[in-house]
Design a protein around this ligand. Structure first.
Ligand SMILES: *Cc1c(COP(=O)(O)O)cnc(C)c1O
Length: 377
């Protein structure tokens, strides 16, 4: 058996085994794992320093999960947008392909809580149907392998899927969404990297929520993928008591860049049944973006998005005050220090865009330290 499989098999899956480590009451969470499975890899067990910390909250079952009875199982209506099994086609030019329901760890806030934990990988017949659909749909240029966690597939099954996808002439990008590098870094082997290299361009979006997840061995796994030519992004879920704080989030995005991972999305938590105790206000996310933008490397700032309930897709949000006013003459802007600046629009003539002539005073600072604004116009 490969080493990573032995390590995965040594994960904690039973409440009574967790009790030994950190003094949980196994009775309390026995009922929860009946509905929603638990798995915590040795790597993640070692990240937990005390009961109730930011790692603990993400992976240790909580009674609140089974008390959340009124919420919906599938608020994003993914099941309704599935033309063939395991494929979600919500946007015009890209699709999600769910290749397994297994994950290295079962996040307590998972959007696909209704599905995860069941055994098995995408079967040959199911893959054939997905490939047939994609061959017919020439508008699809981007396939995202998701699940579950695609990197839990054995090498030969992952390669079978990549190879089949690369028979589709109009398919440009393959993306893989994974929490494996941050929770089972031993799975990132030289052999896996060799397989991936053969099917470029492959992008990966890795799931990270807290700076303590970026241990030296996790960073090394990310480095191997980056060395294999995989551009790495991070997806982070905004979680109450875990990362709903500008200082924690600043440390996280800095650690990600050190691991050669570019923060991509910061998600407002979904309304999925069993996860609502993790939700924060929308302002919490906007304040985090405000704390990052301009104050640190632009590379460190993710897009803050809400995946709209009812299947509307991801909608980006920015603090409203960057663009204070916009008309045909001027944009009034506020920077990260709350200072106001005026950007004049290009001159118009009979509604036609003309080449710019004359002065090029593109950015005109008010220099009033933020006291000005609309009243000065
Ligand atoms: C997030 C998502 C995508 C990819 O969206 P990007 O904004 O391109 O990263 C595609 N399909 C579904 C169903 C998604 O939820």
């Amino acid at each position: 058996m490969e080493e990573w499989r032995r390590i995965l098999a040594a994960s904690v899956v039973k409440p009574k085994d967790l009790a030994k480590h950190l003094g949980v009451d196994p009775e309390e969470i026995e009922a929860v794992v009946g509905d929603y499975p638990m798995r915590i890899t040795p790597t993640v067990m070692a990240m937990m320093k005390e009961k109730g910390d930011a790692i603990w909250k993400q992976v240790v079952p909580d009674q609140a999960e089974t008390e959340d009875v009124d919420a919906e199982d599938d608020p994003l209506e993914e099941d309704l947008m599935s033309p063939v099994p395991h494929l979600v086609h919500r946007y015009p030019d890209r699709v999600l392909l769910m290749v397994t329901n297994q994950c290295p760890i079962y996040c307590r806030f998972c959007t696909r809580k209704r599905l995860v934990g069941k055994p098995g990988f995408l079967k040959k017949g199911e893959l054939d149907r997905a490939i047939a659909y994609l061959k017919e749909h020439t508008e699809v240029r981007d396939v995202i392998l998701s699940g579950g966690d695609p990197l839990l597939l054995p090498d030969h099954l992952l390669e079978r899927i990549l190879k089949a996808l690369r028979t589709i002439p109009h398919l440009e990008l393959i993306r893989i969404g994974s929490r494996v590098p941050g929770s089972l870094p031993q799975r990132i082997t030289p052999k896996l990297c060799e397989i991936i290299k053969k099917y470029h361009p492959i992008y990966m979006n890795l799931h990270f929520n807290h700076p303590d997840e970026l241990t030296p061995e996790v960073k090394a796994a990310c480095g191997m993928l980056a060395d294999a030519g995989v551009p790495l992004g991070a997806q982070t879920v905004l979680l109450k008591g875990v990362n709903d704080d500008p200082d924690v989030m600043t440390r996280l995005v800095h650690q990600l860049l050190l691991a050669r991972v570019k923060p991509y999305y910061l998600y407002q938590a979904d309304l999925t049944k069993g996860t609502n105790h993790f939700r924060t206000t929308v302002e919490t996310g906007l304040n985090i973006i405000r704390a990052l933008q301009g104050h640190t490397s632009g590379m460190a700032v993710p897009h803050f998005v809400i995946d709209a309930p009812g299947g509307g897709g991801k909608i980006p949000l920015l603090p409203a005050d960057y663009l204070m006013h916009l008309d045909e003459d001027v944009a009034v802007l506020k920077n990260y220090e709350n200072k106001t600046y005026h950007y004049p629009q290009p001159p118009k003539s009979n509604g036609r865009e003309l080449p710019m002539v004359g002065t090029h005073s593109a950015l005109t600072a008010c220099g009033d330290g933020g006291k000005g604004g609309l009243n000065d116009l």
